[in-house]
Ligand binder design. Structure first.
Ligand SMILES: NC(=O)c1ccc[n+]([C@@H]2O[C@H](COP(=O)([O-])OP(=O)(O)OC[C@H]3O[C@@H](n4cnc5c(N)ncnc54)[C@H](OP(=O)(O)O)[C@@H]3O)[C@@H](O)[C@H]2O)c1
Length: 237
């Protein structure tokens, strides 16, 4: 039985991932700001779900994570899944700042907590739900794609760092395309259900994959994003 924390599991991908782990008998610590949704998840799996309600951007976020690890009695896998973004055609500062607060600053605090914990323990697994949007800037939501690029690039650095530690500390960068949740904005294609996304994410984490595209066909879009010349991409965007 693995001990797992999913930060941002009240809805969407995180909630389905928590369900999947609980169903197979793992012990899952779930977080988010909406306590009623944490409560109903716990009711579904009273022996496999523990909850901690907090805002990941608040100054006491690490204290909440410590409390959750105590409730779980240890930790094997920490998934930073909380995230937010909004279309901002007029470049709204508040939207950009809120995006960076949750997708960069709170991410950094949680990942540092996990890294300290796992490197002291001598093993563990860190994962983040980034996005295929990490691969290129976009005018509809510049802070969102930049914040996800931060996560993915940071995780590449951590992966190399972890190899140098010579301990089983795994790192996984999850890059979803469109998943049918409140988060998916604007025109969409190749939309996956949150259940399918959770299934593919859990499988990749079981195999300690370092990067996973969800669904798998989004690998192609990520590669096109990376290699399409600027002069074409900037005209299409
Ligand atoms: N859906 C897509 O198409 C898509 C594509 C690529 C990447 N992603 C990424 O996938 C992740 C999950 O998103 P989703 O699609 O499942 O959307 P979602 O249903 O809106 O889930 C977002 C989760 O993040 C939590 N969260 C947001 N702000 C928070 C805060 N300040 N403190 C604590 N928790 C916070 C939410 O919990 P509370 O509101 O209860 O706090 C919720 O559990 C996100 O990181 C998103 O960027 C999604």
């Amino acid at each position: 039985m693995k001990k797992i924390i999913i930060i941002g599991a009240t809805s969407g991908i995180g909630r389905e991932l928590a369900r999947r782990y609980a169903e197979r008998g793992d012990l899952v610590g779930v977080t988010g700001r909406r306590n009623d949704l944490l409560y109903t998840l716990r009711l579904e799996f009273p022996n496999h779900i523990v909850t901690e309600c907090f805002d990941a951007t608040a100054p006491d976020a690490t204290t909440h994570l410590e409390s959750l690890v105590k409730k779980l009695g240890g930790l094997d896998l920490l998934i930073y899944n909380a995230g937010w973004g909004e279309l901002t055609e007029t470049l709204d500062y508040t939207i950009d700042k809120d995006t960076v607060d949750i997708n960069v600053n709170a991410f950094l605090e949680a990942i540092h907590f996990g890294w300290r914990y796992f490197s002291t323990q001598g093993h563990g697994h860190l994962a983040t739900t980034s996005s295929v949007a990490a691969n290129r800037g976009n005018r509809h939501s510049p802070a969102y794609s930049a914040s996800k690029a931060f996560q993915s690039t940071y995780f590449e650095g951590l992966r190399i760092k972890a190899r140098h530690l010579n301990i089983p500390l795994y790192v996984t960068d999850i890059q979803p395309g469109f998943v049918d949740t409140d988060m998916a904005k604007g025109p969409r294609f190749w939309v996956s259900s949150p259940q399918k996304a959770a299934r593919q994410i859990a499988r990749a984490l079981d195999h300690h994959r370092w990067r996973v595209y969800v669904t798998r066909r989004w690998w192609l879009i990520a590669k096109i994003f990376k290699w399409i010349p600027d002069w074409i991409y900037h005209r299409l965007g």
